[in-house]
Design a protein around this ligand. Structure first.
Ligand code: HGY
Ligand code: MN
Ligand code: MN
Length: 412
C-alpha cells in the first residue's frame, strides 16, 4: 500500500486506551494514576510489553523516561521522537497524556504491520511525572532530559507524605541506567487533547498550536495564631485561613486587573490544624499563573506577592513564598507547525491554529529539538476531570495526522 494511503487502526487505538484506563481507573470513569505510584508502575509495565511486541529497542533512563526505538535505514541520522505521559491528575481523565503515548504507539504499530522502512529511526516515549501534581514542578522527566532541571534536584522533590521522587522511582523499579540527557532529535511531535473549549466551539477537528503559555508556580505559607474558637474576640485574632482566603480572592481578581490573556488559579490548599473549633494557624496554598506574554506574567507574579504581604501585615499573619517553577512561553518550530496543518488538510481534516493553555513535555523538548503538537477536541472543553472525553473518531484522526507527520520527518 502507498504510504500516503496508510491509516491507523482506530479500534486498536481505542482498545489500547481503554486497557490503560483500567489501571488506576476511578469509579467515576476517570483516572487516579499519580506519578511513580504502583498504578504508574503497572501502566509502565504494560507499555513496555507493547514495545516488546513491536520488537523495539527499549531504554529506561535515570528519570524513568521510557523510550522505544524503531531503527531506520540510517540510524546515525538524528531520530524522530513522539510521545507524552502516562501519569494522571488525582481525579483526571483517560486521555490527557495517554492519547499522546498510545497515538505514537499506534503509529508505530501501523508502520510495523505494513513492514515500512523509514530513513530515520522513529522513537516513542513515556515521559515521567508530566503532571507535577505529586512531585512538583511539572514535566520533571522531560525537563531533566532536556537539561532544564538537575537530576539530583528532581530526585529530591518530595510529595505531601515526604516521599522523595528518587525513592518512589527506585521503589517502582524504574530508575534506569541510561543517562537522562538529551540527544540529537530531528523532530518531536506530541499528540494531545486540547483540554479546552476552542476546537469544539470552532467545529474544527485538529488543533495546530503555535506554542504553549508561560507558567509560574509558587507555594504560599501563611502563619497565624491558633486559639480557641469561642473565647477569642474577633479583633484579637490572627486567623491564617481568613488571611489566605483574602489572598486567594486577590489571585482570582488578578487577570481582570492585569488584562491580557492572563489566567491565575489556586488549586491546592492545606489548613492546620483543621479543627472546627480552633482558629487556624498554618495554611499552605498553591498559585498557578500563566500567559503568552512573559512580561505580563512576571509583572502579575510581583503584583500578587505585594498584595499577599500587605494582607499578611494587616492581619498579623506572616507570609512566606516558595517559588516552585517558572517557564517562559514556548514557540514551536514553524516548519513543523506548518506541516501539521498541511497534513491535516491533505487527510481531509479541518484544522485551527491556536495556543496551548496547558503545559506539555513538548515545552522542554522544544528547547532542544524542533517540536510541534497535534490537538484534538475535548468534549465540553473539560480536562483534568473524570468526565474528560474526546470522540474516538477524533482520536483516530489525530493519530493519522501524527502518523503522516512522523513519516515526513523520518524520510527527509
Ligand atoms: O499544568 C499543566 O498544564 C499540565 O497538565 N501539567
Ligand atoms: Mn498532559
Ligand atoms: Mn495534565
Amino acid at each position: 500500500m502507498e504510504i500516503s494511503e496508510l491509516r491507523v487502526n482506530g479500534s486498536r487505538l481505542r482498545a489500547t486506551i481503554e486497557e490503560l484506563a483500567r489501571i488506576g481507573g476511578t469509579a467515576g470513569g476517570g483516572m487516579h494514576r499519580l506519578a511513580l505510584t504502583e498504578e504508574d508502575k503497572q501502566a509502565r509495565d504494560l507499555f513496555i510489553r507493547w514495545l516488546k511486541e513491536l520488537g523495539l529497542k527499549i531504554s529506561i533512563d535515570e528519570m524513568g523516561n521510557i523510550f522505544g526505538e524503531r531503527k531506520g535505514r540510517s540510524p546515525q541520522k538524528p531520530m524522530v521522537l513522539s510521545g507524552s505521559h502516562l501519569d494522571t491528575q488525582p481525579k483526571g481523565g483517560r486521555f490527557d497524556g495517554i492519547l499522546g503515548v498510545t497515538g505514537a504507539l499506534e503509529a508505530l504499530r501501523t508502520i510495523h504491520e505494513n513492514r515500512i522502512d523509514t530513513e530515520r529511526t522513529i522513537a516513542i516515549v513515556d515521559w515521567t511525572d508530566e503532571e507535577g501534581t505529586r512531585f512538583s514542578p511539572a514535566m520533571l522527566g522531560s525537563g531533566v532530559w532536556a537539561g532544564h532541571f538537575e537530576r539530583d534536584w528532581a530526585y529530591s522533590r518530595v510529595d505531601l507524605g515526604a516521599t522523595s521522587f528518587g525513592e518512589a522511582l527506585e521503589r517502582i523499579g524504574y530508575k534506569g541506567k541510561a543517562p537522562a540527557r538529551k540527544w540529537p532529535v530531528h523532530a518531536y511531535y506530541e499528540f494531545h487533547i486540547e483540554q479546552g473549549p476552542v476546537l469544539e466551539k470552532m467545529g474544527k477537528r485538529i488543533g495546530v498550536p503555535k506554542g504553549i503559555l508561560g507558567i509560574t508556580w509558587f507555594d504560599v505559607y501563611v502563619e497565624g495564631e491558633g486559639n480557641q474558637a469561642g473565647p477569642t474576640p474577633m479583633n484579637a485574632r490572627k486567623d491564617a485561613l481568613v488571611a489566605a482566603a483574602e489572598m486567594i480572592l486577590k489571585v482570582n481578581n488578578l487577570p481582570a486587573k492585569m488584562g491580557g490573556d492572563l489566567v491565575a488559579t489556586v488549586g491546592e490548599i492545606q489548613n492546620a490544624p483543621n479543627s472546627r473549633n480552633i482558629i487556624p494557624d498554618r495554611v499552605r496554598f498553591t498559585v498557578d499563573i500563566r500567559s503568552w506574554e512573559d512580561l505580563l506574567k512576571n509583572k502579575a507574579v510581583e503584583a500578587i506577592k505585594n498584595e499577599f504581604s500587605q494582607i499578611g501585615e494587616k492581619r498579623g499573619c506572616p507570609v512566606r513564598i516558595e517559588m516552585i517553577w517558572d517557564i517562559s512561553h514556548t514557540e514551536f518550530d514553524s516548519h513543523l507547525v506548518e506541516r501539521v496543518g498541511k497534513v491535516a488538510s491533505r487527510l481531509g481534516y479541518s484544522s485551527h491554529p491556536m495556543v496551548s493553555g496547558a503545559g506539555h513535555d513538548a515545552a522542554y523538548v522544544c528547547r532542544v529539538a524542533p517540536t510541534a503538537m497535534i490537538f484534538v477536541p475535548s468534549i465540553g472543553g473539560r480536562s483534568h476531570v473524570e468526565v474528560e472525553n474526546t470522540r474516538w473518531e477524533d482520536c483516530e484522526a489525530g493519530a493519522n495526522v501524527l502518523l503522516h507527520c512522523l513519516f515526513q520527518s523520518a524520510n527527509e
